[in-house]
Structure formats: C-alpha cells, structure tokens
Design a protein around this ligand. Sequence first.
Ligand code: HEC
Ligand code: HEC
Length: 378
Amino acid sequence: MKKHTKNLLAIALLFSVFFTVNAQDGAKLYKQNCAACHKIDKVSIGPPLKGVFEKWKEAGEEEMLFEWVANPTDLHDSGKSKMAKEVWDFSPMTMTPMAHLSKEEVAAIFKFADTPPVAKEEPKTETKGTTKTKKVAPVGFSTGTIVFLIGIIGFLLIALLVLMNGLKALKNKDNGGNKIKYEEEGFGFLTKSVAIEDEDSILLDHNYDGIQELDNVLPPWWVWMFYATIIFTFIYWGLYQTFGVWPLQEEAYEIEMETAEKEVYAYKEANGLLISAETVTQLTDEASLAAGKEIFDGTCAACHKADGSGLVGPNLTDKYWIYGGAIGDVFTSISEGRANGMPSHKSQFNELQIQQIGSYVKSLKFAEGKEPEGDLEK
Ligand code: HEC
Ligand code: HEC
C-alpha cells in the first residue's frame, strides 16, 4: 500500500504543477480580471491594453504600472506618476484595484495583451447557411503543452512501475511472505480473493461480537478501473483544456447555437421564407390574398373588424397610419406587434404568411369605421 501512496503523491504533484503554470497564463488572467472593462485593441470602459506596457516604459514608469494595477487611486493620489495623471480622466469610473495579482501575473497579462493569439475563428462568410465555419483549435507549444506532455510521460512511467510490481506480485502470489492460494477458477483473476480453504491466513485479529474481517487485497478489476480513470483524466484534460481539440461547454453551446441558426436560415432559404421588413414586397396574386384573408378573418378581425374598419385596433383601410402604411411597416406591425395592444404574431405565422396578411391588409378597400388615427399618407 505504501507504494501506491507514493505513486498517488507523485500524480498529485504533477497535477498541482500543472495548475500553477496554468494560473499564470496571461490570457486566462486577463479574461478573469480585466476583460469586463478592457479590450485588447479597442476602447471599452477602460482604454485598450495593447501597447500600454511600452507606453509606460517609455515614460520611465514601468514599475509604477504595477502599482497602478494594484491600486490605481493610490498611485494617482501620490502624484508621482505622470501616466496615472494622464489616464485618470479617461472615464468617470475608477478601475478596480487588482492587488491580489502578483507582479508576474500582471506582467503575463501585459505580455498577452501585446501578443494576442492568432484569430481562432475563420471569418464568417456572407453566404450564411451554406458554408460551415469550423472552429480551428489553437495548437501551440505553450508552457501548458509542455507540462502536459511531461505529465503524460511521468504518468506512463508510474503506470509502468505499478504494472511491473503488480505482475511480479501476481506471479509470486506473495502476501507478506506467506504463500497464499488465490481463487483461480472462473473470474478469480479479477477479484484475487483468497481461496476459502486458505482464508485463515488473512483473517484479522480483531473480533467484534463475532464479526471478523478478511484482509483481501483490493480486487484487480477495481484497481485497473481506478488507474483507467486517471489515464482518462489526462486524455480528457489534454483534449479539452490544453489542446482544445474539442470545445468546452460554453464554446460547444455557441457552436450549437450557430449551427442551429444556420439550419434555420437554410430552412427558410429553401422554403422561400427569407422575408423581412426590409425585403418584403406586396403580393397581388389571388391565391396569396385569399390565404391572407383567411388568416385575417380568423385572427385579426376580432380587433380590426372583418372589413378592417377598426374596433379595438385602428382602421386599417384609411390612409392614416400610426406606424406607417408601407408594406414593410405593416409587416413589422404584424410580426413584432405594437406598443398599445397590437400583439406580435411571429410565433404564430411564418414570414410568408405575414407577407400574405400584410398584402391583404394593403388590398383592403376603404371602409367607414373608426376615426382616423396617426398620420395621413398618400
Ligand atoms: C471595473 C473596470 C476595470 C477593470 C476590471 C480593470 N480596469 Fe484597468 N482601467 C479601467 C479604467 C476605467 C481605466 C481608465 C482610468 C480611469 O478612468 O480612471 C483603466 C486604466 C488602466 C490602465 C492604464 C491604461 C493607459 O492607457 O495608461 C491599465 C494599465 C489598466 N487599466 C490595466 C488593467 C488590468 C491589467 C486589469 C486586470 C488585471 C484591469 N485594468 C482591470 C477600468 C478597469
Ligand atoms: C388583440 C387585438 C388585436 C389583434 C388580434 C390584432 N391587432 Fe392589429 N392592432 C391592435 C391595436 C390596439 C393596434 C394599435 C397599436 C398602437 O397604437 O400601438 C393595432 C395596430 C395594427 C397595425 C398598425 C396600424 C397603424 O396605423 O400603423 C396593423 C398593420 C395591424 N394592427 C394589423 C393587424 C393584423 C394583420 C392582425 C392579425 C394578424 C392584427 N393586427 C391583430 C389590436 C389588434
């Protein structure tokens, strides 16, 4: 058992080394601490971080930059920093002091800011729906990669050692110097439990009200599975975290949403549903108007009356429009709804149907009804 403990300790050590190195990863630190207010090369709440290090260095205030990050207000109020004074009025907001970050960590952030990784995404192509944008995993030879490889090699060495020890033990069937008969029939090799005739040899001394304990070794199937989970950890870790071969949950979600959007787009394209308020045209063919009328009578007449002359909703047949009488405006009124009681219909009808309803509305003959509302349009 001692040997196992040592092996586990070695593995734990490798894990912790890996985590420490990862924690100094500038990109991560930047995301965790600064990205809420800063962008690398664009103005956000705070100024862009790219080139800031050089700027302060040239002004001879390289050291003060670290003081700034640790506590901006202190540095500014001390009056010794020209750069702090310059940037102070950038925003009415004061930057959060980041005193919990070590100098190395802050340096890593600026290093990251000055050498942003190559774009991970291919530019999105305009022809949505037809092209697949695949996220390319950033395979680089970073510190993380190296430590990961060392981890793997270390682990394999340990695994080999354990395996050799295990094989030796299995061969000798040695348990504390006693030759012990293990169960060999059937699946005995999986459990390595002691044969019943030989159980006395592993019976422990203590006896609680007649209950005694057999000191069987851990069943090999269990031990193998345990080691398999450790191997799995490294594989999983490498593929997801270090090499980014497969996306993490958040990214996977984004990719799925993107794919779904494209599918929706492709579906609409294939079914002639790519109609928006900007592109909609007024239909005049009878079939479309009849389809529009059918929906209008069933859905809209309750509020606009069957002839469109208005009830709860305004008269749709006059030349007065609150939100505009162009087909695009009518399309938006129907699709998105309007503030004072006009419901949205986009979950009920698809774009083509809304185009048909809108066209029908536009085809309505003037009917005496509700007083005009809105502006007169010709
Ligand atoms: C809560 C928002 C916020 C966060 C978080 C934040 N900053 Fe700032 N930072 C600002 C603002 C705002 C300024 C501009 C100074 C001002 O208006 O007081 C600034 C200014 C700076 C400057 C001076 C830039 C220049 O052009 O001289 C540096 C350097 C800087 N931040 C680094 C960081 C780093 C590194 C982090 C993360 C560890 C960080 N900031 C996190 C808001 C923030
Ligand atoms: C629950 C009642 C109700 C239903 C159902 C309803 N509307 Fe309306 N509609 C209104 C109200 C009320 C307004 C005025 C909204 C405002 O002033 O903000 C309105 C406004 C409109 C407008 C804008 C008129 C303008 O002057 O700009 C159009 C177009 C319209 N509706 C068409 C329809 C169509 C087509 C349907 C059926 C798909 C429909 N409405 C269903 C109540 C309704």
